[in-house]
Design a protein around this ligand. Structure first.
Ligand code: ADP
Ligand code: MG
Length: 497
């Protein structure tokens, strides 16, 4: 085999006593696609920053392209062809694609500012490297997440990148966009460029990577070919425990009347003729790509943006779902897709976030909050959802993604809903928390709640849903029963839509 592009050996790094990395070794060869996996806090970002020269290691050796680095600076790393694409892509939204590409290039080359012709040529050269079909004069702020990412990749390639590191590159992409990204990764691999990418999504790991390094609590617990692993062993290495995947969730409660009945619900330009019923104990999956109308439907059911026509019944009662207040009064709760902007008050305490939807019930007629009941409620949900918090008085932003999502679920469960609607509940959440959230949903359904689970995470849908509705261009086009579709079949159906 050729010599490794980069070879890290026995790297140690501690932050104020926390051992973020312990004796971690890693080699990456030219043209290798390697996944760096591990739960939150396992040390992935620290390792990446050491490769980038952003953090200095405490001990261990680094050899890049045959050269040993006693100290590695960010400039050394870039000069050796290492490019990192962070989750925010480090792009300037108010500048054009061309300006973003050229500006970085200029900064790195430390040359004088280029003229417009050079900017255009640089940008055209960059986008051609990945056959990206994009208007280079478009403002980056107007691009989709996927396009921004591709611009960041094109920009990275201008530096003769030999290794591109991507931190959770697929988090905000639809399935189709993920496939586009993987196509590009395959092309880069064919050109001998190496990729190191961080991912929590097991499907993707299996689809795209050749090799995988798994970290747990700062130690390397697996290093080898992806082909040596199956889902179960991969999850075991990541979490250190065997996750019970025994069966698919199926509705257990028979002969009940529906909790929610939707008939011919339509909204101009958003969705049309939506009809379905939701039964107690059921987890009803709504699968569909971004733009299929899945979120618009959820918004209408929750009164955020009412439908134009059709009916919604809660139990027997027909309800005009004209506001969130109406929806909440009828026992509907909604956990939105974007918890960071819609679901959580990040600066507020964990306790306040949990109590926010039930503050009226915790307040007496004089407007005093019953502090004791408020504290009890917080304690109850932290216990029940096993939320890991140092103190409920810490701000919500201090928690990991998985725990933040549990807070959002807790605040809605405190309203004692009959129907719980969730959109992408485990996006950006580590594997352990993901399983925990799925278990919470199953337990809630078993206790008689009706759950609508909107997601494009295929294993999440196939494992947890009693029934699956497929949405495409605003309509329900198919219905499947639990166990009817394999993951691959659902994946094909979604991609074809
Ligand atoms: P991951 O990216 O896998 O989620 P990190 O590398 O961010 O993990 O973190 C590994 C460990 O190091 C965690 O315990 C984290 O709290 C700690 N850590 C990371 N960066 C810092 C820092 N700058 N200061 C203090 N502790 C840190
Ligand atoms: Mg990280």
């Amino acid at each position: 085999m050729s010599q490794p592009l980069i070879s890290l050996s026995k790297i140690n790094k501690a932050f104020a006593g926390v051992r973020a990395l312990q004796d971690v070794s890693l080699e990456i060869y030219p043209g290798e696609v390697r996944c760096l996996a591990g739960e939150n806090g396992s040390g992935k970002s620290t390792l990446i920053k050491i490769i980038a020269g952003v953090y200095a290691r405490d001990s261990g050796s680094i050899v890049i392209n045959g050269k040993t680095y006693e100290r590695l600076t960010p400039m050394d790393s870039i000069r050796e062809g290492i490019q990192i694409i962070y989750q925010d892509f480090s792009l300037f939204p108010n500048l054009t694609v061309a300006e973003n590409i050229a500006m970085n290039y200029q900064l790195a080359k430390e040359g004088p500012l280029v003229n417009w012709r050079e900017i255009r040529e640089l940008a055209q050269r960059a986008v051609k490297l990945i056959d990206l079909d994009i208007d280079i004069y478009e403002k980056v702020g107007n691009l989709s997440v996927a396009e921004k990412q591709l611009v960041a990749i094109a920009r990275a390639l201008l530096y003769d990148a030999k290794l591109i590191i991507m931190d959770e590159p697929t988090t905000s992409l639809t399935n189709r966009e993920v496939q586009t990204l993987f196509g590009i990764i395959n092309d880069l691999r064919a050109k001998g460029i190496s990729i190191l990418f961080v991912s929590h999504k097991l499907n993707e790991v299996f689809q795209i990577s050749d090799t995988i390094t798994i970290l747990r609590n700062g130690r390397k617990v697996f290093d080898g070919a992806v082909a040596e692993l199956d889902r179960e062993s991969l999850e075991y290495y990541m979490t250190g425990r065997h996750i019970d995947k025994s069966d698919i969730y199926v509705k257990k409660i028979e002969g009940e009347k529906p909790l929610l009945t939707v008939e011919n619900l339509s909204a101009e330009g958003r969705f049309k003729n939506i009809s379905f019923s939701l039964y107690p104990g059921e987890i009803l999956g709504i699968a569909g790509l971004l733009g299929s109308g899945r979120n618009e439907l959820a918004h209408a059911l929750f009164g955020l943006r009412p439908a134009d026509s059709g009916t919604i019944r809660i139990g027997e009662e027909q309800v005009v779902m004209d506001s969130v207040q109406t929806a909440m009064r009828h026992g509907i709760a909604f956990v939105p897709e974007d918890r960071l902007t819609q679901g959580l008050l990040l600066e507020q305490t964990i306790a306040n976030n949990i109590n926010i939807c039930t503050i009226d019930q915790l307040t007496d007629s004089r407007g005093w909050i019953d502090e004791e009941r408020a504290a009890e409620q917080v304690e109850q949900w932290i216990g029940q959802l096993k939320i890991q918090v140092a103190s409920p008085e810490n701000p919500a932003k201090s928690l990991s993604g998985g725990n933040q999502q549990r807070i959002v679920i807790a605040k809605w469960l405190a309203t004692k809903p009959k129907v719980l609607i969730l959109s992408g509940p485990t996006v950006g959440v580590d594997v352990g928390s993901k399983e925990a959230i799925h278990k919470i949903l199953r337990d809630l359904a078993r206790s008689g709640m009706g759950i609508i689970l909107i997601s494009d995470d295929i294993p999440e849908i196939t494992a947890n849903c009693s029934r699956i509705l497929l949405m495409r261009s605003g309509e329900i086009v198919a219905e499947y029963q639990a166990g009817q579709l394999s993951e691959d079949e659902l994946s094909d159906i979604l991609l074809a839509s």
